[in-house]
Design a protein around this ligand. Sequence first.
Ligand SMILES: *[C@@H]1O[C@H](CO)[C@@H](O)[C@H](O)[C@H]1NC(C)=O
Ligand SMILES: *[C@@H]1O[C@H](CO)[C@@H](O)[C@H](O)[C@H]1NC(C)=O
Ligand SMILES: *[C@@H]1O[C@H](CO)[C@@H](O)[C@H](O)[C@H]1NC(C)=O
Ligand SMILES: *[C@@H]1O[C@H](CO)[C@@H](O)[C@H](O)[C@H]1NC(C)=O
Ligand SMILES: *[C@@H]1O[C@H](CO)[C@@H](O)[C@H](O)[C@H]1NC(C)=O
Ligand SMILES: *[C@@H]1O[C@H](CO)[C@@H](O)[C@H](O)[C@H]1NC(C)=O
Ligand SMILES: *[C@@H]1O[C@H](CO)[C@@H](O)[C@H](O)[C@H]1NC(C)=O
Length: 504
Amino acid sequence: MLRLAPLLLLPVGYAQAAALHQRQNGLQWGSCELNSETDLPVECTRLAVPRDYINRSSNETIDLDIIRIQATQQPSRGSILLNFGGPGQDGLNNMVSYYPLQGPIIGEHYDLVSWNPRGTGNTLRFQCFSDEIEDSGVAAALAGTLVSSSDTELGRIWAEAKIIADNCYAQQNATGGLVGMSYVARDMMQIVDALDEDGMLRYWGVSGGTTLGSTVAALFPDRMDKVILDGVMNVHQYYNSYESESLAGADGAFEHFLSACLENRENCALARNFTNVDELTAAMDKLFETLKYEPIPVWQLLASIDYSAVKTTILSALYRPRSWPQLATTLNGLIDRNGTEFVLQYLVPSAPTIPREAEAILGIRCGDKSVRTSDQSDMEPVLEEFFQSSKWFGDFAFGWYSAVCAQWPMTARERYIGDFNVRTANPMLFIGNPFDPVTAFKSAQNMSTSFEGSVLLQHDGFGHTSLADPSNCTDAYIKNYFEEGTLPEPGSVCEPNAPLFQIP
Ligand SMILES: *[C@@H]1O[C@H](CO)[C@@H](O)[C@H](O)[C@H]1NC(C)=O
Ligand SMILES: *[C@@H]1O[C@H](CO)[C@@H](O)[C@H](O)[C@H]1NC(C)=O
Ligand SMILES: *[C@@H]1O[C@H](CO)[C@@H](O)[C@H](O)[C@H]1NC(C)=O
Ligand SMILES: *[C@@H]1O[C@H](CO)[C@@H](O)[C@H](O)[C@H]1NC(C)=O
Ligand SMILES: *[C@@H]1O[C@H](CO)[C@@H](O)[C@H](O)[C@H]1NC(C)=O
Ligand SMILES: *[C@@H]1O[C@H](CO)[C@@H](O)[C@H](O)[C@H]1NC(C)=O
Ligand SMILES: *[C@@H]1O[C@H](CO)[C@@H](O)[C@H](O)[C@H]1NC(C)=O
């Protein structure tokens, strides 16, 4: 089994940020503990919040680790909270990774604030395995193999998913109910209170952060100031099903990758001598089928490049259109059974097979879901639904969360069970890209229908969320929304700055 870089954004390595000590609004801001060194002016603090919002007889608290980068133009007009998805991504390290993208858009007049959601970092961290087992075969199988790689894989993944679910229970039964989205939403409002501004939430959530945004807006509609949900998940499916809709844009993304390749032959090795997209598509289908039965051996790695590794790599690359020329070079090599580029570009020898965030993602997501079964055959119609959504990538999310969540023995203490038909104090802004590989445009349409007065901006770039393929037009709408409170006209469309295969 080869180890791939996880589909989640990779966290950065270890360091201390500049120590700035300052007391403000009751929060004591100081230095941050991060995975890698940064020159950004980050400051961190801790906030005690209730451990269990429902159990009123318990006065126990937990600490949230919070990070901030102050507005570059002082005085600041207030804070914008950020969440980077998963749900279950770490907030502190991701703040450093995302600031170069988000800071230039909204960081001039606003302090940008994020935090490690419960389940991550030092806050009720959801850990199912000891570090040694983390690297073992079970984890590898779940993270790496796809149901469609063979007709025996479904059963194996199902069985191993049960092992994961049971291990999580053995480790986390005491806290497994405390990490759900509703509690994360309540934590977020505690941060808003502690910041002691106007008591209103300003928020930009991407990807899994859109489930958090939908939940907080439904729980606290009167406290919503400006809320942007970008790369939108269907929150109804998040709570009540296995999320087949999420992949509805994935095939379109791959098809655009192939057609854009032929339109940019000079930047796309994969164009070869293919004259049209049907030929190239047929060659890809042939490659996938061949890899199922004849993986490419890489003797230096004592491993082979197989169907699952290649499919997973493609989906991961579809998140980032900047990486498409490299993806094309790699696939071009694989057609000739040359794995050199694949090994160079996509194998990360030291990456754990299940990234740390993945456990938090399971803890939060599975406990929030209402669907369960102990019967493997119940998953067949689920898989069918996934493949209707995406014929090429339908089974990507199956192993590492659907099959685990189906057998999850814990439930979040509080689950939002309303219909999300809500009128917020100020209208929300949704942003969706029609060919986002993992958060479908129709999910953005669906959610925008729920929140009265909201507007959906169509970002016509590629990749996952509006940040993957920059558009000055989208950025201007975001900035104006926060600064002036203006929304795009309904039906507005933004083009990215550069065409595919030419993104700088
Ligand atoms: C509620 O909190 C009290 C006090 O900490 C504790 O004894 C009790 O077990 C808790 N109840 C539940 C259902 O967790
Ligand atoms: C929490 O409750 C316990 C028992 O009711 C009490 O002894 C303790 O002082 C309380 N702690 C705080 C921080 O209020
Ligand atoms: C519950 O978790 C504790 C550790 O927190 C563990 O010792 C115990 O065995 C678990 N219980 C079950 C039924 O798995
Ligand atoms: C492309 O070129 C290769 C030889 O380099 C040849 O085998 C193949 O048939 C050609 N394919 C097409 C579609 O022309
Ligand atoms: C395989 O691909 C690499 C990198 O693109 C290239 O340097 C090498 O010559 C290729 N090997 C063969 C046998 O074509
Ligand atoms: C939104 O999605 C849910 C779950 O798939 C579905 O039941 C509902 O009909 C959708 N609503 C709209 C307006 O599309
Ligand atoms: C986007 O904005 C940047 C910075 O203002 C500018 O340099 C660039 O030319 C703009 N690109 C497009 C396509 O408008």
